[in-house]
Design a protein around this ligand. Structure first.
Ligand code: COA
Length: 424
């Protein structure tokens, strides 16, 4: 007997004859729900060891890159497959600086979007529109794809910062040609040039999010380009996928529950108990591949600790832009330090559920203290991950096989078509 699909409450018309069809549908196939554990191809881009919590970009450990590299160098590494020489890095940085501006027409459409639109929707739509102004739009060579990819990487911070300012009715901060990719991104988001420590921290966050093998958004990107569609379409698909709270939206969700629901250390455990009792997910925990600590969470925790114990010493809190007008309904004095709250939550989740923190648990707190508005957290993930998306699109094009899995049909066949006059 063919089953009705789990969760599907639509009525199935019983008037059918499917003896012949049923025979074919009983053929056993193995279903990999959520594609868990399925390898779709080989890759040279990044490697995740989920058992021991390790991540490598092109063979280099993420903690080493986080300490020693920059987002510019990491994007070069991911796209070209090797570390740049001094002059290659200088040229690459130069190109990213020169491509920071966006076409006036894209700025005009950013201004035309409805207010209170999520920044990630604005980014998705703007990237899609940007393709129409790219001189290489209909050129599909690898060189042209790299040029387009680098333009997307260079322009994303500008689109994100501009769209945020427009939504907040604030003046635009034009990109600076003097600052690094991270420094300029920070500057456009906050209107202030970062201190060396803030710039380094921001750069580290970008490095940690730059690639993660075939995660959901990267898979979307690869599926799209596997039809020999273009790189802008691949990245537009990826942004749409990243938006969900199970993926890139988790960092915003963490900030919201920390600041709007938990607020104080003593509330952490009762809050978490209630969540688990209601069988709700606690964002910022768990991962499809890691069965232990996410190595990016280790780096971010370390950074959070530094902010908590050292970096904030001497920092003028008034210089940190307030998130006024956004989702936050507190001021800084009303909530405990996010680092202390995450420590309690982390111990509780590991003890009770053996579920470990992922990168989003800690990035949320650091981004907040850096003064990045919560509404721009998920776009920031995209601005970093687009380095990986570009690298994956190019790898997919190199040895393409269209990505097209199967679904096991579990419905009925050969139903009798009732004329509309026979239907109630
Ligand atoms: N909070 C509470 N329980 C969680 C959890 C979380 N964050 N993550 C996983 N679990 C539990 C599930 O409830 C499930 O329990 P059950 O077997 O008793 O039903 C079990 O762990 C497996 O979870 P599942 O969601 O099926 O595994 P997955 O491989 O699909 O999950 C994620 C991966 C990332 C989707 C999942 O961990 C999650 O939703 N995390 C929160 C969102 C998040 O932080 N995303 C950012 C990832 S970098």
């Amino acid at each position: 007997m063919i089953n009705q699909m789990k969760g599907d409450t639509r009525q199935i018309d019983e008037d059918y004859k499917d003896a012949e069809g049923e025979k074919r549908l009983t053929k056993e196939v193995e279903i990999h729900k959520g594609l868990v554990g399925v390898y779709v191809d080989e890759s040279l881009i990044s490697y995740i060891d989920g058992e021991i919590g390790k991540l490598f970009y092109r063979g280099y450990p993420i903690d080493v890159l986080g300490d020693k590299s920059s987002f510019e160098e990491v994007s070069y590494l991911l796209i070209y497959g090797r570390l740049p020489t001094k002059s290659e890095l200088a040229n690459h940085k130069d190109l990213l600086v020169k491509e920071r501006n966006i076409p006036d027409n894209v700025l005009s459409i950013l201004k035309s979007f409805p207010r209170n639109t999520t920044r990630i929707e604005l980014l998705r739509t703007a990237i899609s529109a940007l393709s129409l102004y790219d001189a290489d739009d209909y050129i599909y060579t690898e060189e042209a794809n790299i040029r387009k990819g680098l333009r997307i990487i260079a322009k994303m911070p500008t689109i994100i910062a501009f769209s945020h300012c427009i939504q907040q009715n604030q003046p635009l901060v034009e990109p600076s040609e003097e600052l690094s990719h991270a420094g300029n991104y920070y500057y456009m988001m906050t209107g202030q040039e970062p201190s060396e420590k803030f710039e380094r921290a921001f750069d580290k966050i970008l490095i940690c999010h730059a690639d993660h093998s075939i995660n959901a958004s990267t898979f979307s990107c690869r599926v799209t380009v596997s039809t020999l569609s273009d790189i802008y379409s691949g990245i537009t698909s990826a942004i749409g996928t990243l938006r969900g709270p199970l993926h890139g939206g988790a960092n915003e969700a963490v900030a919201k529950y920390m600041f709007n629901e938990i607020k104080k250390k003593e509330n952490v455990i009762p809050w978490a108990k209630k969540k688990l009792a209601n069988k709700e997910k606690v964002m910022g925990f768990g991962h499809r591949v890691y069965k232990t600590w996410d190595p990016r969470a280790v780096i971010m925790r370390d950074l959070s600790l530094k902010f908590f114990t050292e970096y904030l010493d001497g920092v003028d809190f008034d210089r940190i832009p307030k998130n006024s007008g956004l989702e936050l309904d507190h001021d800084h004095s009303e909530v405990d330090y996010i680092f202390e709250m995450t420590e309690i939550l982390k111990d509780y989740m590991i003890k009770e559920k053996k579920i470990f923190p992922n990168v989003d648990l800690y990035s949320a707190g650091i981004l907040h203290i850096l003064g990045i508005p919560i509404a721009a957290f998920t776009p920031l993930f995209a601005a970093s991950r687009c380095a990986g998306w570009v690298a994956h699109a190019i790898e997919q094009f190199k040895d393409n096989k269209m990505l097209r899995p199967r679904l096991k049909y579990v419905g009925k066949l050969n139903k009798r078509y009732k004329d509309i006059s026979e239907r109630d």
